[in-house]
Design a protein. Structure first.
Length: 248
C-alpha cells in the first residue's frame, strides 16, 4: 500500500517502469545498461522501474500512450522508409498515420514518471511546478501545445552506445530541456517551449511534434555526441563495464 502519484490515492502500488521495457536493448550478456543517478554505469536485469509511484490501474491508463509509441517507433526501420524531409533524412508520419494526443502524452508521461521517481536512471529530472502541469495535461485538463514540446532524433546506424539508456538535462538556446536516450532515439522534451531563433536550432522548430506531422530525423552526429558525453562524464563507469565484459 502506498501513494499513487496519478490518482492521488493510497493504493496497492506496482513495479512501474519509467522507460518502457520494450524499448530497452540488451547487451550480449543479457542485461540492460544505463546511467544511475550517482553517475555510474549500472546493469539492470529488468530495466528501470520504481515500486513507489503508481498503482496498477493508473499505470494501465498511461499504457494506452505507450502502445502508440510501440506502434510508431519500435522496429521503425522495418516498417517505415526514410525520406528527404525539408532537406534532411527522416521518418515522417503524416496526420492520418498517428494519434497526436497519444504520442505526445507518451513523451510527457515518460518525463513525468522520471520526475516523480526516486530511483536510479533519472536522478537529473526535476520538473518543479511543471510536474503538476504535466499531470494535468495527461488527465486532459490542459491542452497548451507549447508546454512539453517534443523533438525526436534517431541514430543513422547502430553503434556501441545504442544500448545505453539515460536522461540528461540540457539547454536549447536559453530553454531548459531534457534529452532522453533510449534505443537508437533521443527525445528532447522542453517543458516551457518558446520559438527557437538561432541558426543552430532553427531546424528544431520544423522537427517539433505537431498535430499534422511526427518527424524522426536522422542524425549522423548523434552517436558521436552520445559517445563523447558518456566518455567524458562517466569514464570510470565505462572502464568498469569493460573490465566486467559488458560491451557498451
Amino acid at each position: 500500500m502506498g501513494y499513487c502519484n496519478y490518482c492521488k490515492l493510497d493504493k496497492d502500488l506496482i513495479k512501474a517502469h519509467v522507460l518502457l521495457r520494450r524499448f530497452y536493448i540488451k547487451d550480449s550478456s543479457g542485461v540492460y545498461q544505463g546511467i544511475h543517478k550517482d553517475g555510474t554505469y549500472k546493469n539492470w536485469q529488468c530495466g528501470f522501474y520504481d515500486k513507489e509511484i503508481l498503482c496498477g490501474n493508473c499505470d494501465n491508463i498511461l499504457g494506452q500512450y505507450d502502445n502508440e509509441a510501440y506502434k510508431l517507433l519500435l522496429n521503425i526501420d522495418t516498417k517505415k522508409q526514410k525520406i528527404e524531409w525539408n532537406g534532411i533524412k527522416a521518418y515522417h508520419y503524416k496526420k492520418e498515420e498517428f494519434n497526436y494526443e497519444k504520442i505526445r502524452k507518451f513523451f510527457i508521461a515518460l518525463i513525468w514518471r522520471a520526475s516523480i521517481s526516486k530511483g536510479g536512471f533519472n536522478g537529473v529530472v526535476d520538473l518543479g511546478r511543471y510536474e503538476d502541469i504535466a499531470l494535468e495535461i495527461l488527465k486532459g485538463n490542459i491542452e497548451n501545445e507549447n508546454l512539453f514540446k517534443v523533438i525526436v532524433l534517431t541514430e543513422d546506424k547502430p553503434n556501441d552506445f545504442t544500448n545505453v539508456h539515460y536522461i540528461m538535462k540540457t539547454r536549447i538556446e536559453t530553454q531548459i530541456a531534457y534529452a532522453i536516450y533510449f534505443a537508437q532515439f533521443v527525445a528532447y522534451i522542453i517543458p516551457n517551449y518558446k520559438r527557437l531563433t538561432s541558426r543552430t536550432f532553427e531546424i528544431f522548430d520544423k522537427l517539433a511534434l505537431s498535430a499534422s506531422d511526427f518527424v524522426i530525423a536522422e542524425s549522423s552526429i548523434l552517436a558521436d555526441t552520445k559517445r563523447n558525453f558518456l566518455i567524458k562524464t562517466f569514464s570510470e563507469g565505462i572502464n568498469a563495464s569493460r573490465k566486467n565484459n559488458y560491451p557498451i
